[in-house]
Structures are given as C-alpha cells and as structure tokens.
Design a protein around this ligand. Sequence first.
Ligand code: SF4
Length: 647
Amino acid sequence: MKNRMSKSTGSFNGKLIRVDLTTQRITIEDCSDAMTDWLGGSGYAAKLLFDELPAWVTPYDPRNLIIISAGALIGTPAPGACKMSISTIGPVTGGWATGSSDSHLGVELKQAGYDFIILEGRSTRPVYLYINNDVIEIRSADVLWGLDTWETIDKLNELHGESLHSLVIGPAGENMSRGACVLQGKYRAFGRCGTGAVFGSKLLKAVVCKGSGYVHVNNPSAFLHKVSECRSRIMNSDTFREMGRLGTVNSYRQRQKIGAVAYKNFQGYQLPDDLFESIDPEPIIKKYQISRSGFPGCPISCNRIIHFTDGEYSGLTSMMSPYEIVGGIMSKLAIADSHYQVKVFTECNRMGLDVDMVGGAIAWAMECWQRGILTEDDTEGLELTWGDKNVVSKLIKQIAYREGFGSILTEGSAKAAELIGRGSDYYAMHIKGQDLYEMMRSSTGLCLGVAVSTRGGTHTTGAPCIEQSSIRVSDDEAQRIFGLSAYQVQNPDTYDGKAEMIVYYEQLTRAINSLGICLFNTVWLDMNFMNLDDITELINQGVGLTLTTDELKEMTMKLIDMEKAINIKFAGFDRTDDMPTPRDITEAVPDGPRKGWKLDMNQYNLMLDRYYELHGWDTVSGLPTRETLIRRGLDNVLEFMETKFKE
Ligand code: SF4
C-alpha cells in the first residue's frame, strides 16, 4: 500500500496502552500503522477485534477486548473534535459494537501521549484504570462497586483530591444489562451496543486519565486556516443558531409536523395535540436553563444545564435531555409530563443505561400489556399502562439491577420477546437486536441506513436526517456533495439515489468516528457544514497524511468491510439482517401527512441491491466479494471467509 504519511505524525501519537486485567500486565505498544492504514480511532479498533479474537469469543468472554480510542484530531481545534469511541464485541448484536461520546477524557489521553487503551482479560476484583501521563495503574474499585455513576464520579474525585475526567459504569454495567452504557462524566453516554456490560463482565468500574502534554498538528498555519474556514461556515448558519437555542430537541416541532414522532411503540407517527404540548421541551429550556455546556473544539455546544426551581423535581440539576428522550421515551411511552424528560434522563444516566434500549424495551412491554400478551403474572404485579411514569421509573431500576420483570427487559426487546414468546416478537422494534427509536417508515433513506447499520439499528452510522429536516437542500448542494438531485436527497418517498446517499454518509461517519469529530458539525446536519473534502484537508494538515478525498473514501469502505467481517465472524449476519422490522414491512404509516404510505419491498430490495453493489458486496448474501476483499487488501478476511463457508 502507498505510504500516505509525510514525515511528521502531527496530532496522532502512534502509541497505545494495553492492559491485561487477568495478569495485571500493562504494556505500551507502537501503533504507527493505525493511522496510515486504518485512520486510527474506531477504524483501527475494528481491525484489532477481527485480527486478535478467535471466532468463538463471545461478548463476556475474558478474551474479548474493550478498545477505547481517542481519534487523531481529538485535542486539536477542529470543529467538534471531541468524540471518543469505545468498541468491542457487544452483547446486543453479538457482533461489532461501537459507541462514541463527547469526551474530555479523550483530550487528556492524547495529552498523555496515547491514542488507544486496550483492555483484555478479567479481573478477580473490581478495579479501575488510573492514567496520569506515564503513571498507569490498575487500582482497586472495591469502594466504587455498587455505586451509581454519579456517586462513582464523586467518589473518584474525592479519592484523588481533584476533579478528574472519567469513564464509568453504573449498576446496569455491573449487572451486565444489555442496555448498559459507559458514561463520560455525569451526562454523556457511549450509547447503544451494551459496552457498559462488557466493562462489568471484566469487573472494570472506571477509567480515569490525566495528561499534561500538548497535541501538535503537522502544519499549524494550514490547519488553523482550514479550521477557521469550517467554523465560520458552521457559525453563520440558521442550523447553528437553532442548535444553540434548543439543542437536539429543536427538531421536535418539525417532526410532529411531518409525522415522525413515535407514539406508543410506533403505533402512531404523530402525537395527539394535548400530548404533544405536554411533552414540549422548549418551555423547560426557556424557564430552567442555567448555562450552556460544550466540549473542546465544538462551536455548536448543543448541551445545556437545567436546574428545576419548582415543581415535582425542584432542586434537580442535570443536562437537558436530548431528542432521544423526547422521541424514544416520552412520546413512545405517552408520558404527558414535560419535566419528567429531565428526570428520566437523570435516572438512566445514574443507572448507566442506554436511553434507546430503555425506551424500546418498555414500549414493547407496554404494547404487549395493551394487547393482553403480558399480564400481571409476567410483571410481578406491575401494571404496564401507557404514560405511567412511576412504572417507568420502577422498571428502569429493575432493568439496571436485574430485578422483577426488569430481569426480562434488561435483555432488550428482541431477547425479551424470545423469552416471552406468544407472538410478542412482532412488537419488538429492533434491527439486529438493537432497540430502535428511529422511525423506519418515515423515509426511505433513513429506513435503508438504519437497516444496514453494522452495529444494529441506529441513525448515526449512515442513515440521513436530511429527509426529515426543515432545511431545504438545493440542487447545487445535492449535486456537489452526493452527485444527486435535491429531489433524490430529500424526498422521503423516493427510493432512487438513496443508496448513494447512504454510502456517502457511511463514508463520512467512518471518517469522523475514526478521527473523533462530532456528526453535528458535518453535512449530516447542514449542507454547509464539513464534508469529506474538508475532513480530508483536516487530516492532511493535522496528521500529516497526503490523502485525496477519493482515497479517504476508499479507506472508509475498507473500514466498513471490516465491520461487516466482524459481524460475519462473530454474529453470522447476512442480507436477511439488513431488512426493516416485520412491522415496518407490514403496516402503512398510521397517521400524519404521509398516512397510508407503505414500504414497497420490491423497491426496498432494489435499493439494497444497489447499496451492496456500491460496496462491492454480493447482492444475494450481502457479504463482501472475493474481488472486493483482494482490492482492499483484506486478505485475512478473505481467508477467514473462505474457510468459514467451506465448512
Ligand atoms: S454539537 Fe453537541 S454533541 Fe456535538 S460535540 Fe458539540 S456539544 Fe457535543
């Protein structure tokens, strides 16, 4: 392969920390090739997981790896360069699992001189990893085990006599709930995929890190020039102003207008007017916001801190709940109490639970209750009535501690439905086991992007949001970015061109996830934000590569091949796993302006064929072809597949 690295490695350190929790051995390894061949970050994590783990390794096997990555641009002023990733073989899908989050800890790790932490083995006692520049120690977490995430963070700060940045798990992780996530600080989660449960399986409670070095860039003046150009495009936009005003919940009214708010486990696509008004997050922000909250390098700073001064939750201070809470819990469970969205966000955070899994599992259960599939005999006396927030709060605790009916829900809706049977699987809204808050019938591109997502159903790995946006895309913009017309990009009903758009967004997400950049700073949200040309220049000037945009795109295609290979190796996924849910195939849009619109599965399958062709994957099996693997230099994947499919 062509050497794309100029002399300096700029903002990429080329060093990883490997920690064996079984033997307590800590080593520092060189990983200079991680950037040139894999873009660092989650791309390199995928390569390590495939290369180092035998196919029989399951998520909770001690041999499984947890790979914490601080992308090459983290610690630089590149817009939104603060997203750290955690990757592993995950318990939700059994395959590729990765989640990213805003993270001060990523900056600290880079400043300490490292790009990755790899954790393997299993400790015999609860531990946490302490990193302070060159001092790296596995320390006892006996006093932390059993605490919720907020208590853990407070205790860590008390133990160290200072406020440190940390990644922590809560009771959900300790009890290996499939919905367990890892929190960075008290509010930001590495969501979905159950990464917190893998921490718990290794008796790893937390990682803390302090670094006091500097993150250099390869060509400071060219890099800063590009950063400033990108920042000014972002900051001179209406999207920037709206995100600044309301954060991610700014889309609530638009979604209701177009019929893209899930009601009672997707039985409705629009909320009744009274429920819509009683969930509306805007009045909370107007009345209770005490500050904005951002992360290093982010011009948007979409987070805000809320402090209730009256009402049922008076005294509660928390980050304002993101749209996932509005669309994934409040509307889906029909909870008519706007203040509760902050409360339930806090409860999930303290337990270390992924909000999408919580919303998905409880919505499934409530619909099963509504239809008489579940009764008090199943729920140990709990009545699962829509809108009952007290029951929701009780279930969240039960899920985290694996108690009562929560011991079923803690598996997520897909596995819970398997355990219950009685036809309940139809109401489990998931892709590859991953609970959905995404509304697959709301638009064709979103549907495809969510269905093919390698980490299970999710909107952040290639699915577009632009089909549902109030922002109008011009033909020039659509052509410049995707090579498509505005109609193809934005019309939610057309299947034409959607595969091309998904592939572009997949390339974008793999590039930024590897580098550590936030999706909201890119053309995913607004056509004037950063595109792949901008990202290419930032890599070249920041890290010292000499990539063209086409070369970057081809590298990201290799990363997606590798994620796919992980899913083949550990989960056995194929084309049948890239389909919409049975409900989305069977039912039409129930209400709203697109009422009656139904997925055309012939068209869907043609769109999926086109998507596979663009990747160089076989349209029958959905797996990478021999030619593709050879072209992308993935000989080891080819060897594995040839052996596997000969058996
Ligand atoms: S836009 Fe929001 S989520 Fe993204 S980096 Fe900025 S603060 Fe974080």
